[in-house]
Design a protein around this ligand. Structure first.
Ligand code: 16G
Ligand code: ZN
Length: 539
């Protein structure tokens, strides 16, 4: 049975704050770091059960609140193949973290055990990691205590990026098998990526200008240092910025992928510190390095319209084009498809649809990931810069076993093989995606401006509206249409029809207590009017 005695003690040591309702949603549980200890203790119990359910395979737990402010924190569970927690377990997590006492918690766990038919005598193994937030040590302690109560094998991975933790889970579970993903260590992660990267770029002339990387003052800074030990400067020239993980309050503040994407501007202070030449490649990670956006200046930094964003949509189109071309050169039959959300810029969707099949899913990595798995090669990116490229097992086999009909085909096949290694197959990964973009630009001998030339983004805006009850906002058609409150969608449609090439949609945030309004239209001067009008309808 369950260690009820220990669970009683644990609940006493990590009491649930009163009058707080937690939700396990798209990003796990996310809120102020100071009130998360009880959540960590309890989700640890569940993750041990998850491991038992999966026959003792190692599952993962990541303590991070990504791009959110430093005082926030969160906990996310990772399944045995390195993907997000199976969604049918999310409601069990929510029940467990909201139980008001130990008996209620034990009852919630018993329900899960009987519903999922878990054999408690199966061993459990859990690996956990955390980002740079000040609340992480206390949360990890609570988490370890939950794992210990369940008698799980505990692997403390320490400071990690979110994608590194996903990598570790997959690598641990495939070690010693024909599908071995890589050495299950942080060094193994760098070794895998760097070997693939070097094999892809070594035949191209090096770029003389460095890539300027904004690390959001987060864990990505540490990861870059690790990566640099494996990739020499002749292959990758990087200038790391915003690497201060010590100063309180610095994380994600005025920098990072989310700041740059939402404000559509340089990290604050960049204009002053760096002598930014037009055309220079820049990118920003988010706080746990699972997102990346690129940008450059088209003219002098002092001119506001010099800033050009190359977001997740632009990465998707760059990657899709490149892979389609390689597949054609290689002479193999593989369906390359692309997955986006409603936030994808309309221009990107149009561009991609002319080249590959495109699907739209609701926001959240688990939806995009699942849809991408339906293609042989599935390129998925959220506009915010979270994404990756998945190669199905059969695609990987096809690439490995194909008989090249020419030296050019052989070369394309070996590039595809290296891409499988370079691109994180578990989750979006800023480091891996950064290297992917560098490979493509280098192979095409392109600068940022050439890449940007693919299509012109429609002017767009994202507003956050505080409402009484965001759960009243229900959507269908991959979040593109509201079905509740009844009648609101018709009003939005009515408003949108007044503008040229316009689109707008409204959805409840999964990570904040607010509703988001997205608007885009063909004519920049009309954008504010459209966005405000829709926001007013929502209020
Ligand atoms: C979470 C999602 C991210 C999504 C964001 C939307 C995961 C791992 N992360 O961070 O993909 O873009 O939520 O936030 O699924 P929102 O619901 O507040 O708009
Ligand atoms: Zn993140």
């Amino acid at each position: 049975g369950l260690p009820t005695q220990l669970i009683h003690e644990g609940v006493k040591e990590y009491p649930k704050p009163e009058a707080v309702k937690f939700t396990y949603g798209t990003a796990g549980v996310r809120t102020k770091g100071a009130i998360l200890e009880s959540v960590c203790y309890r989700i640890a119990l569940i993750s041990a059960l998850r491991s038992k359910k999966l026959g003792g395979k190692t599952v993962g737990l990541m303590v991070t609140a990504s791009h959110n402010p430093e005082e926030d924190n969160g906990l996310k569970a990772v399944d045995a193949r390195g993907e997000m927690l199976e969604s049918s377990w999310e409601s069990h997590c929510t029940a467990a973290v909201n139980a008001t006492n130990a008996d209620e918690l034990i009852a919630a766990l018993e329900t899960l055990i009987s519903t999922a038919k878990i054999n408690l005598s199966t061993p459990a193994s859990v690996v956990y990691g955390h980002d740079t937030r000040p609340t992480c040590p206390a949360l990890c302690k609570a988490l370890a205590s939950g794992l210990a109560a369940m008698g799980a094998n505990i692997i403390d991975a320490g400071l990690k990026t979110t994608p590194q933790l996903h990598y570790l889970v997959k690598a641990l579970n495939t070690k010693g098998t024909p599908d071995a993903y890589g050495e299950p260590t942080e060094e193994g992660y760098y070794a895998k990526l760097s070997a693939a990267y070097i094999s892809l770029v070594s035949k191209f002339p090096p770029t003389s200008s460095p890539l300027i990387v904004d690390c959001a003052n987060g864990v990505g800074a540490a990861a870059l240092i690790g990566l640099k030990k494996h990739i020499g400067e002749q292959y990758l020239l990087i200038k790391a910025q915003r690497t201060d993980t010590k100063t309180p309050g610095a994380l994600n503040s005025g920098c990072g992928a989310d700041y740059v994407k939402t404000n559509q501007r340089l990290p604050s202070g960049y204009e002053k510190e760096s002598s930014l030449a037009p055309g220079e490649r820049m990118c920003s990670f988010d706080g746990d390095a699972d997102r990346i956006v690129f940008y450059y200046l088209r003219g002098p930094a002092s001119q506001p319209d010099s800033f050009r964003l190359l977001d997740g949509d632009k990465i998707a189109s760059l990657a899709a084009d490149y892979i389609v071309e390689l597949v054609k050169k290689a002479g193999v039959e593989l369906e390359v498809g692309c997955v986006q959300t409603a936030y994808a810029n309309g221009s990107s969707t149009k561009y991609l649809q002319q080249r590959v099949p495109v699907t739209c899913t609701p926001t959240g990595v688990k939806h995009l990931h699942a849809a991408a798995e339906r293609y042989d090669v599935g390129v998925y990116f959220e506009a915010n810069g979270h994404g990756t490229v998945l190669f199905s097992e059969s695609a990987q086999r096809t690439i490995k076993e194909a008989e090249p009909s020419s030296p050019a085909a052989e070369d394309a096949l070996s590039q595809l093989s290296a891409l499988v290694e370079l691109i994180n197959q578990t989750v979006g990964d800023a480091i891996s995606d950064m290297l992917l973009v560098e490979v493509i630009l280098r192979s095409r001998q392109w600068g940022a401006e050439d890449w940007d030339g693919a299509y012109e983004d429609l002017p767009n805006k994202l507003l956050k509206v505080t409402v009484k009850d965001r759960f009243a906002f229900k959507t269908e058609d991959a979040e593109r249409k509201l079905i509740s409150p009844v009648g609101l969608q018709a009003k939005i449609d009515n408003e949108v029809a007044k503008y040229k090439g316009a689109r707008s949609f409204v959805r409840a945030s999964g990570t904040e207590d607010a509703v988001r309004v997205y608007a885009e239209c063909a004519l920049a001067p009309e954008l504010d009017k459209l966005a405000t009008a829709v926001a007013r309808l929502v209020q």
